[in-house]
Write a protein that binds this ligand. Structure first.
Ligand SMILES: Nc1nc2c(c(=O)[nH]1)N[C@H]1C(S)=C(S)[C@@H](COP(=O)(O)OP(=O)(O)OC[C@H]3O[C@@H](n4cnc5c(=O)[nH]c(N)nc54)[C@H](O)[C@@H]3O)O[C@H]1N2
Ligand SMILES: Nc1nc2c(c(=O)[nH]1)N[C@H]1C(S)=C(S)[C@@H](COP(=O)(O)OP(=O)(O)OC[C@H]3O[C@@H](n4cnc5c(=O)[nH]c(N)nc54)[C@H](O)[C@@H]3O)O[C@H]1N2
Ligand code: SF4
Ligand SMILES: [Mo]
Length: 722
């Protein structure tokens, strides 16, 4: 494998330009390598995405790369699944065994009996489906396809013909930002880094925050709407009512460039702020004020996050919220919501390798057509249906699961069922940086390369690809291999007729398809390329929808049998929909608000980060804490109808007395395996993966659940308060 020196060598240190992927990624970096070892990672001052800065995760990259617990060799399990005993094997043995087992399963049960799983926004995410398609299975899954980001992407493609992103790298800053279920100062979606968000904030825009918690942004906001978790659809519909009812919309834009305005206007007439107040817990006056402020301040942008995608009415909520920038003409304008230049061509997903019969077997595709069927951008399987196929063999058995960068036991809803499903598999492979509670269930564990150890392309923001960056291999750790290389090696061993070409050939083909006139090797020399940008592209090109306009009334939804106008639905479990459950579980639970120190279930091994945040923390209002006997810093049980787990209580007035917030992704790498405490503080012991699902995408419920709390006496005796 070749490595490439990009910048002049100084005093024995070689420097490589690359892109950090410790979160969804985006920050340009310079990797310093001395004697084959990564010694330092600094922010690339030239990068338009971070201007030389790094967050806490990026800062500790060398700790990640050289952590003593890194998996460095392939392992084979000895003894029963989940027993936690492994032996070292060679790559040759590992690949041979995997190829042999997969070919046998493919022959006996059909390729659809092999499923693939991957994690959020990984560099190799599209390679997982590519390999799956090459071996003939339609069953690949990623936790984000039904409950994070992709509902926004698929819904927008059907509504706008493309996916809009915030214009952070242009000349004009936003005059108003609406942060809806999103806290990008801590999180940041793909390529929209917190640094650009902070830069926009430095221009002092008007700020509206829709969040049940008083975040740092909520503290700064002109208006903070402290919505009840899971009531976002009602709030959005009421804001649309105000924007339309008070004639605050951009009439010329709406008339020329939207389809179905009259139908929408009639549809939202009943959704008054007074109607929404008892549902959303937001005062009617505040709803009116927010709608007016957003509509009357230009340019304005919508910064939305996964919080609106974590309930079974995800897609219609996304639709309703997305109409605010559309009606106010903030589309493809400087400082508003813009469409990308698509500097990277379409990824060669090899989906054409799937026959119509194979496509029809995609689990859940018949029901969730925006996830796995005709309305999907890149069709994926429905996770709860997949787990059922593994555990119960219905509608047909799934016998093998290849997990490339997903901590299934912590991040899928209903960890208890996930465990039952994994235990029933005939064959499981897990590629990861570390041994995780999930990898412990595998037959073969593969050591994956971390981001400074591999070549890849990133087009950021994701989907828009206004900046194209080269991620490059600067070091080699143990026998770790990039996921992409593993897929190529496996495809060759299995004798597949696709996915066998070298990785670099695919990277070059993506660049060629994007029309940038540059090869991967050339891109590495400069680190990144900013694609020349154009606003108001619709004036010459129209919108890529059946009507050529923004479809407020969505004709493709209608054609797929879904509601063409966004509607309101109560979460399946809530004080309003199930008051009888609320008697025993009187509090509304939300989970997973991001913190800067960890990425989902990752990074708990990294001492410098863990020191800043040693324990899982749940937020509770002082009145509620007093009512249930909870002390600040003490462990408390949080319990739903599905199970209970414990986190330390943070008593704060920043949360409604009727709401609890629990962190997600917790396990304890320092504890003994095979469980590493994954059944102690894991929010997904509380969540639900049963029906009802979002009718369009099959989304299950990670937030807006009913819970109760109690002091956790045993844990408090064993471990002193914070
Ligand atoms: N209750 C609750 N649950 C949630 C959420 C929530 O808010 N609340 N959020 C949901 C959301 S939005 C998402 S996207 C999912 C995220 O779920 P996951 O994608 O599972 O999240 P991670 O923990 O980030 O990553 C999983 C694994 O990838 C490994 N990894 C990192 N880099 C690489 C690599 O390059 N190659 C390989 N092979 N492995 C790698 C890490 O070590 C880690 O073990 O969680 C979901 N789960
Ligand atoms: N450092 C770091 N960065 C990350 C991640 C990480 O784990 N760590 N995870 C990555 C992933 S996978 C994702 S999807 C993104 C997620 O990042 P964001 O999209 O920003 O989502 P969250 O931080 O989960 O939630 C944002 C806000 O929504 C609020 N919220 C909770 N429930 C509701 C609700 O029902 N309605 C509304 N309106 N708001 C609600 C929370 O209080 C929180 O402040 O971040 C990514 N970046
Ligand atoms: S924000 Fe993401 S890409 Fe930037 S330094 Fe942090 S982890 Fe890396
Ligand atoms: Mo996510």
């Amino acid at each position: 494998m070749t490595m490439h020196q990009q910048l002049p060598e100084t005093a024995g240190t070689v420097r490589y330009k690359s892109v950090c992927r410790s979160c969804h990624g985006g920050c340009g970096v310079v990797l310093h390598v001395r004697d084959g070892r990564l010694t330092r990672v600094e922010g690339d001052p030239d990068s338009p995405l971070n201007h030389g800065r790094l967050c806490p995760l990026g800062t500790v990259t060398t700790d990640l790369v050289y952590h003593p617990d890194r998996l460095q060799h392939p392992l084979r399990r000895r003894g029963p699944r989940g027993a936690g005993t492994f032996e070292r094997i060679s790559w040759d043995d590992a690949l041979d065994e995997i190829a042999e087992r997969l070919n046998a399963i493919r022959k006996e049960s059909g390729p659809e009996a092999i499923a693939l799983g991957t994690g959020t926004g990984r560099h190799h995410i599209r390679w997982v489906s590519r390999f799956g398609h090459a071996l003939g299975t339609p069953n690949w899954a990623e936790p984000g396809f039904a409950q994070c980001f992709h509902p926004r992407v698929n819904t927008c493609i059907l509504t706008f013909g493309d996916f809009p992103v915030c214009d952070f790298t242009g000349e004009v800053p936003p005059a108003c930002v609406l942060y809806w279920g999103h806290n990008p100062v801590n999180s940041g979606p793909d390529g929209e880094t917190r640094f650009n968000v902070l830069e926009a904030l430095a221009h002092k825009p008007k700020i509206i925050v829709v969040d049940p918690r008083r975040t740092g942004l909520a503290e700064k906001a002109d208006l903070w709407l402290q919505v009840r978790p899971g009531a976002d659809d009602a709030l959005a519909l009421a804001m649309l009512h105000v924007v339309i009812g008070e004639n605050l919309y951009d009439a010329p834009f709406v008339q020329r460039w939207t389809h179905g305005f009259d139908a929408l206007a009639a549809h939202v007439r009943p959704y008054t702020p007074e109607w929404a107040e008892p549902i959303t817990w937001v005062a009617a006056d505040k709803i009116r004020a927010a709608a007016r402020l957003f509509a009357q301040t230009r340019p304005a942008m919508l910064e939305w996050g996964c919080a609106i995608e974590h309930t079974p009415k995800c897609v219609q909520t996304v639709r309703a919220v997305s109409m605010l920038p559309a009606l106010t003409g903030n589309i493809d304008v400087p400082g508003g919501w813009v469409f990308g230049m698509h500097g990277l061509g379409r990824f060669p997903s090899l989906i054409e390798k799937l026959t119509p019969e194979a496509n029809a077997k995609r689990l859940g595709a018949d029901r969730f057509r925006l996830l796995g069927g005709a309305g999907a951008d890149l069709p994926a399987a429905h996770i709860p249906t997949l787990l059922q196929a593994m555990r119960d063999g219905v509608p047909y058995p799934v016998k093998a699961f290849l997990v490339f960068g997903n901590n299934t036991l912590t991040t899928y809803a209903n960890s208890t069922m996930v465990r039952e499903a994994l235990l029933r598999l005939d064959f499981m492979v897990c590629a990861d940086l570390f041994m995780t509670p999930t990898a412990e269930y595998a037959d073969i564990v593969l050591p994956a390369a971390a981001w400074p150890e591999l070549d890849q392309l990133a087009g950021l923001p994701t989907v828009a690809a206004n900046v194209v960056l080269a991620q490059q291999k600067a070091v080699q750790v143990g026998e770790c291999m990039a996921d992409e290389e593993i897929f190529v090696a496996l495809a060759r061993r299995m004798g597949l007729d696709a996915c066998t070409e070298p990785v670099k050939q695919v990277l070059d083909s993506q660049l060629a398809a994007g029309g940038l006139g540059i090869t991967f090797d050339e891109l590495k020399q400069q680190g990144f390329l900013k694609v020349p940008f154009r606003y108001r592209k619709y004036e010459s090109d129209g919108f890529r929808t059946p009507t050529g306009k923004i479809e407020l009334y969505a004709t493709r939804f209608e054609a797929l049998g879904y509601a063409p106008l966004p509607c309101y639905a109560e979460p399946p479990e809530s004080p309003l929909s199930t008051p009888e459950v609320a008697e025993a579980f009187p509090l509304v639970l939300t989970t997973g608000a991001r913190i800067p120190f960890f990425f989902n279930s990752e990074h708990r091994q990294l001492r410098r980060l863990r020191k800043a945040h040693p324990d899982p923390i749940a937020e509770i209002h002082p009145d509620t804490a007093a009512r249930f006997g909870i002390a600040h810093g003490a462990w408390m049980w949080i319990e739903t109808r599905r199970g209970r787990m414990r986190q330390r209580a943070k008593i704060t007035t920043g949360i409604d007395p009727r709401v609890i917030h629990a962190q997600h992704g917790w396990w304890f790498p320092e504890r003994p395996g095979p469980d590493y405490g994954v059944f102690e503080s894991n929010a997904n012991l509380l969540t639900d993966n049963g029906p009802p699902y979002d009718p369009q995408m099959g989304t299950y419920q990670l937030r807006a659940l009913l819970c109760r709390v109690a002091p956790c006496e045993d844990a408090n005796a064993a471990r002193p308060p914070m």
